[in-house]
Write a protein that binds this ligand. Sequence first.
Ligand code: DGL
Length: 251
Amino acid sequence: MKKLAVIDSGIGGLSVVRELLKLNKEIEINYFGDNLRVPYGNMSRDEILSCMENILDFLYEKGVTDCLVACNTMSSAILNTNYTHKIKLYNIVTPAIDEVKNLGLRKMAILATKFTIASKEYDKRLKEIGATDLLEMASASLAALIENFDDNRDIIEDELTEYKKCIDSGDYKTLILGCTHYEFIDSVFKDLMPELSFIKPAELLAKSFDMSGLSKGDFKIYTTKGKDTYLRSLRTLNIDKKLNIQDYIEI
Ligand code: DGL
């Protein structure tokens, strides 16, 4: 029997959980959000890998066998390295690239964290499949602002409006939401950029994952900080699965 985990630097990975539960409400999900250290997107690769290793070791002790890396930043940090863990890992970049390939897209914009953009993991893979016209936009602040979305809504909308100007001036019609935090507020993106199509890696990761053989059970959240943030976020996402939250986990 497989036991599933979903990991992120914070609440962004809940956008993957939302999609998983749309497909199957019964599965046991062990979520880890490192809200004490978010954002990972401004860290170095070594720092990201070290945090990730600690999270995975913790989850391995809980019996987890399979883990969705619901974070573009962590996924970019492990792609093209020989990083492995006793837990089987599923990165979020590959399903997004597969979608672009299936749609035959050649031109698009991507918004992601500083680390994800600097790693060039999207850029390289998109170019390999012929998507050569890419507008890359890096945000150092958006993920952390989305952690407290209700308080930061105006600043977030102002920042997104600036990205929209760049997207429009290059006549881009598709935007990759290259950070799971952004998918958390996908409705805000849709409202501000109604004429764009979105590639949503979180949704695609959930859909590409083979759920056969997974244990059934509750939704457990382990976080280094931020129980209230989770309770608020779950309400925003309409996730109502039976829940158990453990706060202040030390990793
Ligand atoms: N949600 C993450 C991502 O998909 C990480 C954001 C951050 O911690 O900077 O990249």
